[in-house]
Ligand binder design. Sequence first.
Ligand code: TPP
Ligand code: MG
Length: 560
Amino acid sequence: MVSRPARVAILEQLRADGVRHMFGNPGTVEQGFLDELRNFPDIEYILALQESSVVGLADGYARATRTPAVMQLHTGVGVGNAVGMLYQAARGHAPLVAVAGEAGLRYDAMEAQMAVDLVAMAEPVTKWATRVVDPESTLRVLRRAFKVAATPPYGPVLVVLPADVMDRDTSEPAVPTSYVDFSATPDAEVLDRAAGLLAGAQRPLVIAGDGVHFADAQEELGRLARVWGAEVWGADWAEVNLSVEHPAYGGQLGHMFGESSRKVTAAADAVLITGTYALPEVYPALDGVFADGAPVVHIDLDTGAIAKNFPVDLGIAADPRRALNGLARALERRMSPAARARAGEWFTRRSAEQSAARAAARRADEAAALDPDALPTTAFLQELARRLPEDAVVFDEALTASPDLTRQLPPTRPGHWHQTRGGSLGVAIPGAIAARLAHPERTVVGFTGDGGSMYTVQALWTAARHNIGAKFVICNNSSYKLLELNIEEYWRTVGVAAHEQPEMFDLSRPAIDFTGLARSLGVPGVRVEKPDQAKAAVEQALATPGPFLIDLVTGRGRQE
Ligand SMILES: Cc1ncc(C[n+]2csc(CCOP(=O)(O)OP(=O)(O)O)c2C)c(N)n1
Ligand SMILES: [Mg+2]
């Protein structure tokens, strides 16, 4: 293999790995390899104007393509801006490979401007962070980065590329990364033991998370829930792990308070956990999560998730799809006729109850949509639901508007709905752009709040710049509504009498002009204040080939 500068070799490596896009925000210390990109027209540089947006785009792209996404960050200042989004990408298990430049090894002693220990900075928010110190190991390290990012549990990786190392030659060949196959099937004896622990349950519960989606195990999960007669509750659930219209779907455990989750988890007399861990809330319960004596079985490719916080009776490192399939069969064999009858009756009753509840909600929404003075939320979402093609993708960061959204556009198809995860705001605008970039043939709509949008609003410019026709809906209630709801819960918990909401949750002064803001970034848009404006707005958004924004008034905020 001929020698060439490492700055060229890294691009050959990306090419060998089939990378088509690099998301980034450039700086001087990366100019060496960024300049070489002109000789790699098959790798498109997608320019974002702030590093939160860079990571949001890469995260959305990895979620949409389910392959590692590559991004470039600018040394300490860029990595610093990226940290919050990297945190959410890490919690969401996005396989990301970030490269960050720095001036060079030779300046290590100088405490030069912008220099910082990038590895230390990124370590808490990445799965692996490292620095290339010798050009002859540049591609070795890059390939390891790809492999680590795409090995369960997936996660972001940072590779620091000092400019003086990149300017030296390497003779390493650029060959595709070796990935590992994880279709591990549990032994029949282990599945039988799991079934033995679970088969006698009267009130069985499945707690499932995105690991189900990563393993394409939705069907197997639904089937197991049906066989076992178990409700499926979500935790760390930001993809479609089971259709929300599946009769076993119970809902989401608390993102925030373990006390809320406990009502569900402690009521079960047997628990199966898969694709998540117990339990990822902000204020998790420290004890009493599961009823005394209730057996807990956990199946995961992420062995760190198993028995992370509470003991389990059986932990199984395996592919959820194969394991759930085998466990359903083992349960069929192990369950008594009475247990099978209970499960069957439960499933039939649930199906009937849930279709009745959906029909009632539809009638209520239809009645609400007739009120011309009502907020336009329902009318708008109904219009959109009527007109969106079947394979549309929804990025849901609608927060307090999310229940309205998912009622009209229920997350039923895996890969066609993504939600925020990890608690960081600002994912929907870049996420929707990246989803559309990955699937230009699909209609992609990103829903975010007036609050959430502002963390990465400059990504609208990226959509305009690269002509990526994603649609954006700002659910504008002039407030940080979720914080208002959370503090009310807090007042109740600590026994503080309800009082006026803190001023800092109010976004009405001054009102943000979202259509003006979008226009300034190259994205046209309209504001929808009344139900009768909904239809025209939806039609205009869908008829516009490029990006389009709708400022949807979902609340009046605090009026003066
Ligand atoms: C990066 C980041 N900063 C701050 C927060 C705290 N936070 C959680 S919800 C929220 C309000 C979100 O407001 P909006 O997007 O308008 O949705 P709404 O609650 O009004 O439905 C804030 C600020 C966060 N989650 N992430
Ligand atoms: Mg809001």
